[in-house]
Design a protein around this ligand. Structure first.
Ligand code: ADP
Length: 256
């Protein structure tokens, strides 16, 4: 709508109609651009591990295979890169599934308490390796209408990050409670934190604060993008507070 005092109502209508039309085209262009960028990013992300796999196979073929120690090391790298490819493809499929199948299937009312407990037990092993304490603080009856697998995925991605980007012997606290017709889920860590200038971009596909670190941790750069898509699916919102060197908190609110 136009904020103007010096044109007639009729003009306003005509002009605002024109502006809406222009915005439409801008949106279509923007979407197209996002899609093109995504395809080019995906291609790059898939090529990197593939190139590495082919390189190590080639080196093995041209003699390294005769040294058992070297070949064991190279095979391990090939295995890690293949695993990365697998995770990437999984995440890309998940994103496109959420995007194209906007109307979610298998919707039912789910209590979040057992889902949080299940996710924490799945990630217990990963946390133990860094001596990280996982804490759950759940108040009252917290339930939402959703697809169970999606909610589980959302929690896995957030809690997995909270462990990955945490310090040794750190803590991850998952809080869940009901407030003003919404279920609030908070995932808070005592990790490395995120600098202010990155905060608005971390939900973008393939955006990482530190590419090397994310790669070493086995990250695909799609985790938070998937989380945001799932939150949107249930008309919720997600916010992040962070202080470098202190920790990060993600807060999700989903209407009951
Ligand atoms: P990745 O697979 O790289 O972890 P994500 O989409 O899950 O991708 O996250 C995007 C980036 O946001 C990460 O690479 C990391 O830099 C940053 N990030 C996400 N969660 C946290 C966290 N809990 N603490 C610090 N940084 C985080």
């Amino acid at each position: 709508p136009i904020k103007s005092t010096h044109i007639s109502d009729q003009d306003k209508y005509a002009i605002s109609g024109g502006i809406i039309f222009i915005q439409d085209i801008t949106n279509v262009k923007k979407l197209e651009q996002i899609r093109t960028e995504f395809v080019s990013n995906v291609t790059h992300e898939l090529k990197t591990p593939l190139t590495s796999i082919r390189g190590f196979v080639e080196t093995l073929r041209s003699g390294a295979i005769n040294d058992p120690d070297v070949s064991e090391k190279f095979l391990e790298i090939i295995d890690i890169e293949a695993e990365r490819l697998y995770m990437l493809i999984n995440d890309i499929l998940q994103l496109s599934e959420i995007e194209t199948n906007q109307k979610d299937t298998n919707l039912a009312r789910h209590n979040l308490r057992p889902i949080i407990a299940e996710v924490l037990s799945i990630l217990e092993g990963v946390a133990e390796k860094k001596s990280i304490r996982l804490i759950a603080d759940i108040y009252g009856n917290v339930s939402i209408i959703a697809n169970r697998d999606r909610i589980k995925q959302m929690l896995i991605n957030l809690i997995d990050n909270a462990i990955k980007y945490n310090v040794e012997s750190g803590t991850v606290t998952v809080k869940c409670f009901k407030a003003e017709g919404k279920v609030v889920i908070s995932v808070k860590d005592t990790g490395i934190g995120i600098a202010q200038e990155h905060l608005s971009r971390i939900f973008e596909r393939f955006y990482r604060v530190d590419k090397g670190r994310s790669r070493n941790m086995g990250g695909t750069g799609l985790g938070l993008s998937i989380v945001k898509h799932i939150v949107n699916l249930y008309s919720g919102d997600i916010r992040v507070n962070s202080e470098p060197g202190k920790g990060t908190e993600f807060v999700i609110q989903i209407p009951v």
